[in-house]
Structure formats: C-alpha cells, structure tokens
Design a protein around this ligand. Sequence first.
Ligand code: NAD
Ligand code: UD1
Length: 336
Amino acid sequence: MSILVTGGTGYIGSHTCVELIKENYDVIIVDNLYNSSKEALNRINTITGVMPKFYEIDLLDKDKLNIIFEENNIEAVIHFAGYKAVGESCSIPLTYYQNNITTTLNLCEVMKSYNCKKIVFSSSATVYGDPASVPIDESFPLSTTNPYGTTKMFNERILEDLYISDNEFSVILLRYFNPIGAHNSGLIGETPNGIPNNLVPYIAQVATGKRDFLRVWGNDYNTVDGTGVRDYIHVVDLALGHIKAVKYAMNHLGVEKINLGTGNGYSVLQVKDAYAKASGKDIAFEIMDRRPGDIATCYADTKKAKELLGWQAEFDIETMCNDSWNFEVKNPDGVK
Ligand code: NAD
Ligand code: UD1
C-alpha cells in the first residue's frame, strides 16, 4: 500500500517514514528541501534497509504534484509539509498563509482528482490558544495568537469542509503537543536553522557549548516551580501515532480531531534538569521576563487517541532527553 508523505525529509516526517517502512508500507516522499536535506533519505535507508521513492517538488506547483499521483497508486497522504516558526510567521504572515494554505489546497485538489480520499494532517496544540483549563480535550474552543497557528486552524477548517462536500473522505487532524527527541539510532533528529526558539533544541545547544546559557522565559507562572509547563512527546511516539491514524483512516470515513500528547506536563526547569542528567553537562540558565504570547500550562487529554486509535505515548522524559543528546553528539551539524 503506497502512502505519500509530504514534508517526509523533515523532522517528524522522517521519523514517520521509518515507522511506515517498518510496517511494510510503500513510502513516497515529496519535499522541496526548504527545511531539510536529501541526506535524510540515506539515513532512512540505513535504519530500515529501504530507500523511499523521492520527489523534490514544491507543493505550490500543482502541475508537478499531479505527476506523483499519475506515476503512483497512492492510497493515503500524510501531510507534514509547511513552515513552522511562530516568530517568523508574525514577520512574514503572507508567506506563511501562501505556503501553509496553498499547499493544502493544491494537495486536496489533486487527491480528489485521483480519487485518493484519505488524509492525515499535522495540526498543533497551538490551535487551543490559551486554554481555560488543563488537560485539554479535543472539544475545547479554538483560538490562535499568531499567523502560524491560524494556518493550522484554517487548514483544519478546509479539510472539514472538504469532507462535508464529499463524504467519501477520511480526514484525521492530529494536534501535536511538543515533539522532542530523536530516533534512538541517532541518525535522524531535529536540526533547527539559526538560533533555536524551542526549548529542547536550545538546551541541546547549551549542552554542546554552542550557546552560553538558557534563557528561562519567566518564573512567576502559577506552576510547580513558576516556569512554563508543557506536554513533551517523543517524536517516535508521535510517528507511531501516525501509523495508527493511517490504519484508522483506511477503515473509517469522516473527520476526527485527535490530540497526540503524553498527558504529562514538565516545567522548563524540570526539562533542563533531565537534559543535564542525560548529557552529563551543566546547563547554565538565567531567569528572564515572560516571552510574549506564552501560556502557563499546556498538556493533553489523551483519552480520544487511546479509545479511537489504540495509541498512547510510551517514552518518558529521560528517554526523550537521552535520544536528543545522542543525536546532537552524533550530528553536530545536523542531518546534512
Ligand atoms: P520540518 O520543517 O522539519 O518539516 C517540514 C518539511 O516540509 C520540511 O522538510 C520542508 O522542506 C517541507 N516543506 C515546507 N514547505 C514545502 C512546500 N511548499 N513544498 C514541499 N515541501 C515543503 O517540520 P516538522 O517539525 O517535521 O513539522 C512537520 C509538520 O508538523 C509541520 O506542518 C508543522 O507545522 C507541524 N507541527 C510541528 C510541531 C513541532 O514542534 N515540530 C508541532 C506541531 C505541529
Ligand atoms: C511553541 C509555539 C507553538 C508550537 C510549538 C511546537 C510559541 C508561542 N508557541 O510552543 O505554536 O506549536 O512551539 O513547535 O512559540 N522556553 C524557555 N526558553 C527558551 C525556549 C522556551 O524558557 O529558550 C520555555 C517557554 O517559555 C515555554 C517552554 O519553554 O514555557 C516551551 O517552549 P517552546 O519549546 O518554544 O514551545 P511552546 O511555546 O510550547
């Protein structure tokens, strides 16, 4: 069975391709390599013994996208491709809307014309905005605070409307919490461009000596130690969630919104301590003012994923930090 993975050379996409291949799916990747490298294909091959079929195509180019469906019998699509930097989306919102929305529109139009009607989409917990309470379940109201988040919310709506117009579609909207970690081979992982914005990539660079110290954005939140609490999830658990979602989509029509998180929250200082233990390095830090737009606490209600998909996260924070550090040590310049 052929699965098209858009953005499949990227961080979450490459881990998902590994798990798909392990489950004997034929994996076809499309990516324009804007935020990834062809080397990811070699790494997937090293881990699985299978080199996925690859199209270096921009999803904004609908004509070229057609070629992929013309040449392959694709049964389902996992749609990762998109831009993901929150801060950048505030400075160049039109670029974010253009890339993150138009790629989905093109993809869906081509899918429909080839009668491929199963899609798993990468959404984010960011669509919950500042939630009224935790844990957050899928019925919570949506609100966003930046253009990146709004593209996720709009994409969800576009895919819902697609189903309403054509009930033969199966749409799974996966709302990821905070993915971290790497495959335990240390061959694939996350390589942020420039100065990392996200916590674990930043801590990793403090541990390797690339950055002097961690800036902790506020310690006056109403949390266990005053620092922000998030639901960190191992990227391999996340990848396994996609396999379950594809299997579910094969047998059900409709739209499902599903949280992928662990249901546990860790504070910034708790993550820092776990990473220090994993790396054996001191992680210097300073407490700074709050980062605008941040919320105090965010973690998932994971019931729906368990009931509908039979999936739950298995890896703990220690494993997430160990695997991140292993990747960091083996790939000081990332996957290149
Ligand atoms: P990533 O940047 O590593 O992967 C995205 C891939 O999409 C990259 O390889 C990039 O080259 C490709 N791409 C972008 N625009 C494209 C286009 N127009 N045509 C073809 N390829 C294109 O990001 P990731 O962390 O793996 O995230 C994957 C998806 O999950 C994204 O949609 C992201 O918004 C979403 N998500 C990520 C996180 C996270 O923390 N990493 C959290 C929630 C949701
Ligand atoms: C951010 C995005 C969110 C996106 C998610 C995953 C914002 C406001 N939200 O979420 O849309 O889906 O990444 O990519 O950017 N922290 C520090 N110092 C740092 C970095 C982070 O103290 O150098 C703290 C933050 O204040 C927060 C926690 O660490 O409390 C996690 O931050 P981060 O990794 O950026 O993720 P989110 O803010 O949860």
